[in-house]
Design a protein around this ligand. Structure first.
Ligand SMILES: NC(=O)c1ccc[n+]([C@@H]2O[C@H](COP(=O)([O-])OP(=O)(O)OC[C@H]3O[C@@H](n4cnc5c(N)ncnc54)[C@H](OP(=O)(O)O)[C@@H]3O)[C@@H](O)[C@H]2O)c1
Length: 325
């Protein structure tokens, strides 16, 4: 089988097709034929070596936390899945591959309510959003949450989930995303490339979630949060809360605080009952050339998630300058 990985750090062209033996599922695991895998900013940090000091790994490194796949073999003792099941998988690494093994606690059956593209891209951003919701469990209907980077992977899922919780949502993003934010259900919108969103929504948010790439919000989140509110960041960054010392702060990721199974169950419920979707920008072919192009697209500030799919699932981007009637 083929895996897409690299033997040195660098730009997207370090990716190569690496031949490997097909893995065998251990007891409690299944073998998945990967139908598609989603990409995340984290994968780029693996490729560039930005994580090398914090998380040393041996080459070849094969990224990939998000997979949709078909169960093709059952390990000993597996009774709750059958060959042919289509499942989502959230994993630490290794998803850019034709086959992966996965513990049954890390997979969940794909409902028909989620497309294959959604299922390939939901795991990391969805589980992160789920963990944020747990931190905000005391949030009451009618309270206000400000979501920065609301058109991004984590942000756009969170806007939908916050509306399901009947929160008042302030969504901030660059101005090109205005329509999408309204379609996601945002109540108020701030365009941080056109206006000072910190001043516009000063002290209005009971909760602020900073989901901007690398947490770069230039202080807007601190301005928006109420003096006794909560501030959550998904990036590895700590805000300067010296002007609001009573604001509580937490950094939240797709950690092990809550089980992957419970997170998937919640997200699938949200998809089936409420129509939760993922914004997919573009899918690429399941080839090394496809992976290189996908990584380049990922670094080019895409308008949604980037995914690599087996042949019949590849979609082309819609040209923005064409009026589709
Ligand atoms: N701690 C964890 O385990 C964990 C888990 C998931 C994500 N994260 C981190 O959380 C952040 C958000 O993740 P995500 O997957 O939602 O990211 P994303 O979709 O790539 O980015 C979120 C938003 O950031 C804004 N942005 C500003 N400058 C950007 C730039 N130079 N390149 C790309 N986007 C830029 C974009 O909004 P506009 O177009 O509106 O400007 C984008 O929609 C990332 O830093 C990611 O690494 C951490």
């Amino acid at each position: 089988m083929i895996r897409f990985g690299f033997n040195q750090f660098g730009d997207a062209h370090v990716f190569e097709a690496i031949t490997a033996d097909r893995p065998t599922p251990k007891p409690g695991q299944v073998l998945l034929q990967v139908l598609g895998f989603g990409m995340n900013p984290y994968d780029v940090t693996l490729r560039t070596g930005a994580q090398a000091e914090m998380r040393p790994m041996t080459f070849p490194i094969v990224p990939g936390t998000d997979v949709v796949g078909r169960v093709v073999e059952l390990g000993e003792g597996v009774t709750d899945f059958a060959e042919g099941d289509i499942v989502m998988n959230y994993r630490p690494i290794g998803g850019y591959s034709e086959y992966v093994v996965a513990s049954t606690s890390k997979i969940y059956k794909k409902p028909t309510a989620l497309s294959y593209l959604d299922a390939a891209t939901l795991p990391q951003v969805g589980i992160t959003a789920y963990n944020i919701l747990h931190y905000l469990l005391d949030a009451q209907a009618g309270e206000t949450i400000a979501i920065e980077g609301a058109a991004g992977g984590v942000g756009s899922v969170l806007v939908q989930l916050a509306k399901f919780m009947k929160l008042n949502v302030i969504a901030t993003a660059s101005s090109q995303h205005d329509t999408e934010l309204r379609q996601l259900g945002a109540d108020q919108i701030g365009a941080y490339d056109k206006e000072d969103v910190g001043a516009k929504f000063e002290n209005q948010a009971d909760y602020v979630v900073n989901a901007v790439h690398n947490g770069a919000d230039h202080g807007a989140g601190v301005a928006m949060v109420k003096p006794t509110g909560k501030y959550v960041s998904v990036a590895y960054q700590t805000p300067d809360l010296s002007t609001k010392p009573n604001v509580s702060f937490a950094q939240v990721g797709p950690s092990k605080d809550y089980s992957t199974h419970d997170a998937f169950a919640f997200l699938v419920d949200a998809a089936v009952k409420w129509g939760l979707t993922v914004r997919v920008a573009q899918s690429f072919p399941f080839t090394v050339e496809g992976v290189i192009s996908a990584q380049e697209a990922l670094e080019n500030h895409p308008d949604g998630k980037i995914v690599v799919m087996q042949d019949k699932h590849v979609i082309k981007p819609v040209r923005k300058d064409v009026n589709h009637l």
